[in-house]
Ligand binder design. Structure first.
Ligand SMILES: NC(=O)c1ccc[n+]([C@@H]2O[C@H](COP(=O)([O-])OP(=O)(O)OC[C@H]3O[C@@H](n4cnc5c(N)ncnc54)[C@H](O)[C@@H]3O)[C@@H](O)[C@H]2O)c1
Length: 334
């Protein structure tokens, strides 16, 4: 994909130089500021530095307004560049601000979590929470995304695992990624690159999520419901892993997919393969999802590794898959 760069943080200076912006503003949060802002910005004299509090609860319109205000005060223009440095919360906010301030400014993203490097920072979806997750947002492609592997060196183990749920998803969608994850010994630069490129390629074919991009929802139909039922106590990546296990059981019943492969994959990555909720509760929650189509439940169903279909699935099949993957002794996963 155009705009996707893999390299050290020091690559930033040449990426910015190419855009020749009027001003440069870094947007980051308190955690990432402490760890990486100096290294990311020491090549440039006097950039604007905007630091927001850390947490999903700050991904809202109030934060966005504070950033707009600050940009205005600093004389930031349409020809200026906003660089979002941080995890998915930060890159979503940065994208939203850049797409709305003066009807769109230059935007660069430097994702610093595994989840943001393989997923959130790629594809141009931006947004903030507003009476629900990501209820307000835009599609806005950044001028560049720099994936700097070094930034993951400070990422807590829990956040690495959170990103692995998406990596496991890509492994089912793509044979090459599956081969890279088979005897999993930890996340590598190559694996991140392949996942990021895979998403970029899918998005390029369907930028506004009208068709093909829906395959990226693999594991998310049940995953989102599980996340919600746990009141977000089960982290996204783990819920997606559980959702992958459910989808693979559906694939097994409908297409003879070998769900053992997914179980092995998830276990190899230290991810859970069982969820703690009753089938009825999950089905009810899935019908309420914003992606459910007039209450009908659409699943991304694996047919084999590297091949999926997107279709409405009969409730009986879903119920059996949910029951086969339920484990009421689940206590935190992994
Ligand atoms: N736009 C999209 O297509 C898309 C896709 C998936 C997820 N998302 C969004 O992404 C968000 C989740 O992203 P996330 O999982 O990255 O969470 P996050 O941004 O909250 O980051 C997780 C934690 O890690 C910290 N952190 C970030 N980089 C670090 C580093 N290098 N070292 C140490 N700590 C670091 C953060 O400060 C935070 O505390 C959600 O809001 C979700 O809606 C968006």
């Amino acid at each position: 994909m155009e705009g996707l760069t893999f390299g050290p943080l020091s690559t930033l200076s040449s990426l910015v130089e190419e855009l020749n912006p009027y001003r440069v503003a870094f947007l980051t949060n308190t955690t990432v500021e402490r760890l990486w802002l100096e290294k990311a910005s020491n090549w440039i004299e006097d950039p604007i530095k905007i630091v927001i509090p850390d947490g999903e609860e700050y991904k809202n319109v109030e934060t966005v307004m504070a950033i707009w205000r600050r940009l205005q005060d600093e004389g930031f223009t349409r020809k200026s560049l906003l660089i979002g440095l941080g995890g998915g919360v930060l890159t979503d906010i940065a994208g939203f601000v850049a797409s709305t301030y003066m009807r769109g400014t230059l935007l660069g993203l430097v994702p610093t979590t595994l989840l943001a490097q393989v997923d959130a920072a790629i594809g141009g979806k931006t947004g903030v929470n507003f009476n629900g997750k990501n209820m307000v947002g835009t599609f806005y492609l950044p001028n560049f995304v720099l994936i700097a592997h070094e930034t993951l060196s400070t990422l807590p183990e829990e956040e690495v695992r959170n990103g692995l749920g998406e990596v496991a998803k890509y492994a089912i969608l793509d044979r090459k990624i599956y081969a890279l994850t088979k005897d999993f010994e930890g996340i590598s630069e190559t694996l991140i690159r392949e996942c990021a490129l895979f998403k970029a390629e899918v998005v390029e074919k369907d930028p506004e999520e009208k068709g093909m991009r829906r395959i990226l929802n693999l594991g998310h139909t049940a995953g989102h419901a599980i996340e919600k039922l746990s009141s977000y106590g089960i982290k996204h990546g783990l819920a997606v892993a559980m959702g992958l296990a459910v989808a693979s059981k559906i694939g097994e019943e409908l297409y003879g997919f070998d769900s053992g492969k997914v179980e092995e994959l998830l276990q190899g990555m230290g991810l859970p393969t069982r969820h703690p909720f009753g089938a009825g509760d999950i089905i009810r929650e899935m019908r309420l999802d914003k992606k459910a189509w007039y209450g009908r439940i659409v699943f991304v169903v694996p047919v084999e590794i590297g091949e999926v279909v997107v279709e409405e699935v009969d409730e009986g099949v879903i119920r059996r898959a949910l029951e086969a993957t339920e484990d009421d002794s689940w206590s935190g996963g992994g």
